[in-house]
Design a protein around this ligand. Structure first.
Ligand SMILES: [Zn+2]
Length: 388
């Protein structure tokens, strides 16, 4: 058994211990590792220091002690208001990356995370990440790394009947050829080719364009590079409209979201908060049946939009296919969608029927086969019957 499965009796569950059914589509793999998993991997590999992404040792933090890890990340979350809040957050990815040392670690950690999410109520969970990032610590090809991530998904399904999908990501700032970009030619083409090779009709993988900042890297620049994935039928999600700041969202204009839909055929948009600034863009997203992966706790902590001003209720009212995710739970706090919902329900005046709509939307916009989608609808119906 994974050491850290079984969150259903925590805040994610109800008073009677039954977890509320959810779906999670936007969860970064390394930032979704639980402190117990990190400690176990640190013990396995003899990692005794917490280091930042830049290699600086963090004083008084013990990577083999889950309590110490939790305390470290509480400090990161509380520090978001400081001028160096964002760089401390980005640096804090150093810890989970430092304990993922082998192909076997990747497969096991994907498996464990999917099983733990299922125990917390998630009917289907999509993890995402860049093989190039994991390659910094693992002596293996990006092909071997991507295959291990997908094997973790396959094992969760065959051994535990836990539903998941892996979404292979690349950073937009490293996606295209340019000074200092490795590999030569950029990561976008290589990851798109990898996704095309791993994608199967009966077991999809997804593709994600991620990274900061958005404006210098508009979606249209990647149209050619991701061609192999598009031709193979790999579904695409794009981090877009995340970095716009409330109330005008000028730092990531909604036109970028429209461009991701119209130029790249994005099936989902990661965050999409800038849609709040444009009825035209919201209409475009809804009319194309494009889904929005909202992560309000992340958006609030990063300083983009306060929870109480988040447009998620507008998206729901207008019938957008919006779902709820945690984004980087290790850094932001709530580890399950149910916990994230509890954090936003009060400020946004959402009742339990909203959570059910978010879950239904998640099922309808998951990167899964038709057969899996039918099964997920049945599992949701069964869960609703049991909970009542
Ligand atoms: Zn994200």
């Amino acid at each position: 058994m994974p050491a850290d499965s079984g969150t259903g009796s925590g805040p994610a569950g109800r008073a009677d211990g039954r977890a509320r059914p959810t779906v999670e589509l936007h969860r970064h793999f390394e930032a979704g590792l639980r402190p117990d998993t990190i400690a176990r991997l640190a013990q396995r590999h003899g990692v005794t220091e917490v280091r930042t992404r830049k290699g600086v040792v963090v004083p008084r933090a013990d990577p083999q002690d889950p309590a110490s890890i939790r305390q470290y990340y509480r400090g990161i979350a509380e520090g978001f208001g400081r001028p160096d809040g964002f760089s401390r957050f980005a640096d804090s990815f150093g810890l989970p990356l430092s304990v993922l040392r082998s192909i076997e670690d990747l497969e096991e950690a994907v498996f464990d995370q999917l099983v733990a999410c299922a125990a917390g109520g998630s009917l289907h969970t999509e993890l995402r990440g860049s093989p190039y990032t994991y390659q910094e610590q693992i002596a293996a090809s990006v092909e071997e790394i991507a295959a291990a991530l997908v094997r973790g998904v396959d094992r969760a399904w065959t051994e535990r009947a836990v539903s998941g999908t892996f979404v292979l990501a690349f950073s937009r700032q490293k996606g295209l050829p340019g000074p200092g970009v490795v590999p030569e030619g950029g990561q976008a083409r290589r990851i798109a080719e990898l996704a095309a090779r791993l994608h199967q009709d009966d077991r999809p993988v997804g593709l994600d364009i991620a990274g900061f900042p958005e404006v210098p890297y508009p979606p249209s620049r990647f149209a050619d590079a991701i061609g192999p994935a598009r031709e193979a039928g790999v579904p695409l999600t794009v981090h877009s409209g995340e970095q716009g700041r409330w109330p005008d969202f000028a730092d990531a204009p909604p036109s970028l979201i429209v461009e991701a839909v119209e130029c790249l055929g994005a099936r989902r948009i990661g965050h999409g908060t800038s849609l709040a600034a444009s009825q035209t863009a919201r209409d475009c997203v809804r009319d194309h049946g494009v889904a929005v992966e909202c992560c309000p706790v992340s958006n609030a902590l990063m300083g983009f939009v306060p929870v109480a001003a988040h447009p998620l209720p507008i998206f729901l009212e207008e019938g957008l296919l919006v779902s709820l995710s945690t984004d980087d739970p290790l850094m932001f706090g709530p580890f399950t969608v149910a916990e994230a919902f509890d954090a936003i329900a009060g400020p946004l005046r959402l009742d339990s029927s909203a959570l059910l709509t978010l879950t239904r939307n998640g099922i309808e916009s998951a990167f899964v086969t038709d057969a899996r989608r039918t099964l997920l609808r049945e599992r949701l119906a069964n869960q609703i019957r049991i909970n009542h």
